[in-house]
Design a protein around this ligand. Structure first.
Ligand code: CTP
Ligand code: MG
Length: 259
């Protein structure tokens, strides 16, 4: 395995999802945004932040187009002295991260896991996560205060008709809630331990894993929170793509995209 400078940071970009909710019929990482594929934006964002000695991208199996795109991105990364690796992702996001963790170079001590589906994450977010890792955190996530009131629900039936819907089971205090983003940063050894522990979960428990911080919480490690960014939203549905396009292409671009 290739070596990088001791104590360096790697960024894993997970791009192996199929993009069902966006509905473009191709993996989301390939969907164009302002003339470039979403993955290109994500990789450029990481390179611009200047925090990574290695970038490792997880892409779907047998995707010739994404493989070719990664070849070009790898050549670009090499000109900046950044090691670029590509792995085949898995059926679940956590499996894609697990595959990537096997390819982290010798010398790497911290790793950030980032969604390709967050193409507009500003450098400031990467820098805040990196700073907290440098300051000794074993796990760091960027997050935003929640604007909507969030309720928990359970299945229910209407008394008169028996029609099935849901009813409220609780209202967590909004001032304690945070909407979590990526990049999520970890001490590499800690994240490896957390993923090893996750391998012991049954299918149902595994299907409930939505981020890496959950796995680290499960092994009792404290997860610190830094300020995220509204620009770092995840492109999930068509409306998100519309917003990202408007930020990149519209007359307001200078206001939205960091120089
Ligand atoms: N991801 C991945 N491997 C998977 C599933 C998801 O690498 N098996 C990645 C996606 O490519 C994306 C990120 O995880 O960058 C967040 O996932 P999500 O937004 O859910 O993307 P998709 O799974 O592609 O979308 P959908 O759930 O709508 O199919
Ligand atoms: Mg998904």
């Amino acid at each position: 395995m290739t070596e990088v400078k001791a104590g360096s940071c790697a960024v894993v970009i997970v791009a192996a999802g199929s993009g069902q909710r966006l509905g473009h019929g191709v993996p989301k990482a390939r969907v164009p945004l302002g003339g470039d594929a979403m993955l290109v934006h994500a990789v450029h964002g990481v390179m611009k932040a200047g925090i990574a000695a290695q970038i490792c991208v997880a892409i779907p199996a047998d995707d010739a187009e994404l493989s070719a795109m990664c070849q070009r991105l790898g050549a670009e990364a090499a000109t900046q002295g950044v090691l670029f690796s590509v792995v085949e992702g898995g059926a679940q996001r956590s499996a894609s991260v697990f595959s990537a963790l096997a390819q982290i170079a010798q010398g790497i001590t911290t790793v950030m896991i980032h969604d390709a589906a967050r193409p507009l994450t500003p450098s400031g977010v990467f820098n805040r996560v990196a700073a907290a890792l440098r300051d000794g955190a074993k796990a760091v996530i960027p997050a935003l205060a929640v604007v909507d009131t969030i309720k928990t629900v359970v299945p229910a039936t209407l008394p008169a008709t028996g029609a099935g819907l849901e009813k409220v089971s609780g209202t967590p205090a909004r001032n304690q809630l945070r909407a979590v983003q990526t990049p999520q940063g970890f001490d590499l050894q800690t994240l490896r331990q957390a993923h090893a522990h996750a391998q012991t979960l049954d299918d149902e428990a595994a299907s409930l894993i939505t981020d890496d911080a959950m796995l680290v919480e499960a092994i009792g490690v404290e997860v610190y929170v830094v300020q995220g960014s509204t620009h770092s939203f995840k492109v999930t549905s068509p409306m998100d793509l519309l917003l990202a396009e408007a930020m990149l292409e519209g007359p307001l671009r200078p206001r939205w995209i960091e120089g």
